[in-house]
Design a protein around this ligand. Sequence first.
Ligand code: 5AD
Ligand code: SF4
Length: 450
Amino acid sequence: MSGSKKRVYIKTFGCQMNVYDSAQMANLLHGVGYDEVTTAEDADLVVLNTCHIREKAAEKVYSDLGRLRQIKEARGDHEAPMQIAVAGCVAQAEGAEIKRRAPVVDYVVGPQSYQRLPQMLAGEAETLATDFAVDEKFERLAQKRSQQGPAAFVTVQEGCDKFCSFCVVPYTRGAEHSRSAGQISAEVRALARHGVREVTLLGQNVNAWAATSPNGKGGWGLGQLIRHLAQIDGLDRIRYTTSHPRDMDDNLIAAHGEIDVLMPYLHLPVQSGSNRVLKAMNRGHSMDDYKRIIDKIRRKRPDIALSGDFIVGFPGETNADFEATMQAVRDIGYASAYSFKYSRRPGTPGAKIKDQVPEEIKVERLAILQDLLVTQQIGFNAGLTGRTLPVLFEKPGRHEGQVCGRSPYLQSVFVQGPTSLIGSIQDVDITGAGRNALTGNLSREVVTTA
Ligand code: 5AD
Ligand code: SF4
């Protein structure tokens, strides 16, 4: 072991892809002598893994950098100096501009080049890397993974070619790229050997995943990949996120009815219920297309928990367009959802549209929409009381003597029980439901060997 252990603090903004990337960076840095700590004050290296999707998220990085500058400058001569790295999508989008705006930053690494961070720290690589070296990244990261906890994320696909007119992702994450089936299956097998019971397959457009089958004899989509992974010993649950309606093919839909370990939960953003707005957003599907997909899925898996993303106040959105979104939500019924005010992103086609919606209208529409979505979410959760659900326990609960896990429908479930339950799946009688979580009792006395 090296005599001088260093400490890294990684702060993650944004989506699950960033959560995964942060875990990978922690691993990589661990390999060169860094232990993870939970505050910037304690750290020799601070990594901000940033998000560029909406203006607020991007601006937060600069306010954090302001705070870090104070900590860095307050370090006495006898203390180790602090180094600062900006990673993620702001790094990709702004590159060298970050160092100009915040000279306190030492390193800038995009989401496809953070594998170079150890060399940068050793002075062996340029301090700015924003190229799209996806293959290099996955090769370098494969085999390096350590895992804590029974549920893990596995990136299977990155990037996006859809170019929705509001979105920066095609610019920050680059073109669609799928990892090979062999590489993914090796990673999942290794995780399962280390006690992982659930994997969530990640991608900006995860259901656009496409690759040749492991025997090289044909093309596979996400449905086939899931069927393949479902056979791995010890793997009890598979999820995937985020999907695009255009890539929801019949094989994947059928998998929801056929594969037990594929959990009954689907995040399928529609963004708007108005065909006119969907067209202006360049979504490539109509509201009818979306409803047809949902009908097909519900025929295969009637209890599926649906989730989505919505944007209110896209340029040109009228009251009638907004009402169409409300009607779509009423018609479809969501178990959970994310909703946002449109945020104008420089460089995207949406930013150039003249007819921007005033902020106060966006605020009002968002409140009305969220009211409906929250009501539906509470209703979905309440509908599960009285049922018995298998829960994968992941961590201690908020209160003494409590453990917390997830239902098949992805809600958190809190029960009284020993922490030795963590890592196991147990039946739970659901007795209570709130907005975000369920409570219940273990269906039978569980004998565990602690
Ligand atoms: N403004 C508001 N919301 C956005 N999203 C993406 N870009 C924007 C934007 N410019 C939302 C979409 C997407 C989710 C990840 O973030 O709903 O599905
Ligand atoms: Fe952005 Fe649209 Fe691609 Fe999703 S599908 S990442 S919203 S461009």
